[in-house]
Design a protein around this ligand. Structure first.
Ligand code: FE2
Length: 456
């Protein structure tokens, strides 16, 4: 598949089904969608009407998300669920500690591994049971989910690949996604993930418990910029009328359960609503930034946010450090030394990969209030920089994303003890050379003027 095969490549094209939170509709057979009601006694073509409510009935209209699915068989045609043990999935993290942690890229599987087999829970905050919090999982896969579908009853999901192309089938239709895409799956939507081609694929699955994702408010930025609603692309309805044994794997309360269904869950002939899976190409993000001096906080790069109800204290802020002009004068251009109130988890989605944390596939976790900054070498290069007053185009070679969470994230045993964890990661920012020189005379203070370029 080339880049044009990606579903997100259709964004912005007139007539394409798109729009974050928009009321959309699609029918795979002309006339299958009821035009005037949601639940007529006789649905066209003998289909069954089924509502999927991704938010509680009574949430305010602006946050309310639901869709109506018109399907060959109702989803009730399945057996009871039974618990499915999974060696990599966890409902709870066990490791809550304030150290910086870093991981090199997770190795790709050498034996047949479908998307579910290849899951490892990385870290969690809050809980699915309380419907408040988030989880991060890693996935690797080199085999299709044959007659198997997965669904999260716990929260809304983001799938974020960093290696190879994936076909994601959903009840609403299918997507082709690649690194640089983010796929949003409303809570409760059944999906299956298959590698495109024969090599292995890898990425991240992020869940927001409770309120799902929203586009962030723009505030003083105004009506345009950052992620645009129209660039979130929905699939066209597509169905298979297959009577066969399917396994529905249901994530509930952090654990996996399975039930046998008599048919393919991808049997939706028509749908309408605003709880719809959507794909977004991160290259379409329009960043804003400093055009004079200093750095704004990284929240200016927020693509999607999952609120908790506490203003600004979000379960997940999903941010992108995009390719952009860096144009600040008289400014320490690299990330400043800091400690922040949120948990920060960072991953690199594109660019060169190697056996290092800071390469494609690598990731790191910065707990709240744990100091972090740049390496001593980077510090020396920054202070010695000769063209730092000139605009530079940065971020082209690698796409970094970050999740910020109001919750303290606990890391699972499986991920903390992973052989690809970089045990020396916390030490990389240590060793800054001290330059402090106390002024010896009042005359020396005249050199401390920090903004000579503001003078006429
Ligand atoms: Fe930070």
């Amino acid at each position: 598949m080339n880049a044009n095969g990606r579903t997100s490549a259709r964004a912005g094209t007139p007539g394409v089904l798109a729009g974050f939170g928009a009321e959309l509709s699609s029918e795979a057979e002309a006339g299958a969608l009821p035009r005037h009601q949601n639940s007529p006694r006789h649905v066209p073509m003998g289909l069954f009407a089924e509502q999927l409510s991704a938010t509680p009935f009574m949430v305010p209209r602006a946050q309310n998300r639901r869709s109506w699915l018109y399907r060959v068989r109702p989803s009730t045609e399945q057996g009871d669920f039974w618990p499915v043990p999974h060696p990599g999935m966890s409902a709870w993290g066990s490791h809550v500690a304030p150290n910086l942690l870093g991981w090199k890229p997770r190795p790709l599987p050498m034996t047949p591994t479908d998307f579910i087999d290849g899951l490892i829970t990385v870290a969690l905050g809050g809980s699915a049971a309380d419907q408040s919090g988030m989880a991060i999982h890693s996935f690797v896969t080199n085999a299709p989910m044959t007659r198997k579908a997965l669904v999260s009853a716990d929260g809304e999901s983001l799938l974020i690949p960093d290696e190879g192309e994936l076909q994601v089938r959903t009840e609403f239709g299918r997507f082709l996604i690649a690194p640089g895409d983010v796929l949003l799956l409303p809570r409760g939507v059944r999906f299956s993930v298959d590698p495109v081609g024969t090599t292995a694929r890898r990425g991240w699955w992020v869940e927001a418990f409770g309120a799902g994702f929203e586009l962030p408010n723009r505030g003083v930025i105004g009506a345009n910029g950052l992620a645009e609603s129209r660039h979130f692309v929905a699939p066209n309805a597509e169905y298979e009328d297959e009577e066969a044994t399917w396994t529905i794997v249901h994530k509930y309360g952090g654990s996996l359960f399975a039930a046998e269904a008599t048919h393919s869950p991808f049997n939706v002939v028509a749908w309408h609503g605003n709880a719809v899976p959507l794909v977004y190409d991160l290259a379409r993000f329009c960043p804003v930034g400093s055009v004079s001096f200093d750095h704004p906080d990284p929240s200016i790069f927020t693509v999607l946010t999952a609120p908790t109800g506490l203003p600004g204290r979000n379960a997940v802020d999903f941010s992108l450090f995009p390719a952009r002009w860096d144009a600040a004068k008289h400014t320490f251009r690299r990330p400043f030394y800091h400690r922040q109130a949120a948990s920060e988890w960072t991953a690199i989605l594109t660019g060169p990969t190697s056996n290092r944390v800071y390469s494609r596939g690598g990731s790191s976790l910065t707990p709240p209030m744990t100091p972090h900054g740049i390496t001593p070498d980077a510090l020396e290069r920054e202070l010695a920089g000769k063209d730092d007053e000139k605009p530079r185009f940065i971020g082209e070679t690698a796409m970094w994303v970050q999740l910020e969470s109001h919750f303290l994230l606990s890391v699972t045993d499986a991920w903390r003890d992973a052989p690809f964890r970089d045990q020396d990661f916390a030490s990389v920012a240590r060793g800054a050379k001290v330059r402090f020189a106390k002024p010896r005379a009042e005359a020396d203070r005249s050199s401390l003027d920090t903004m000579p370029w503001f003078k006429p």
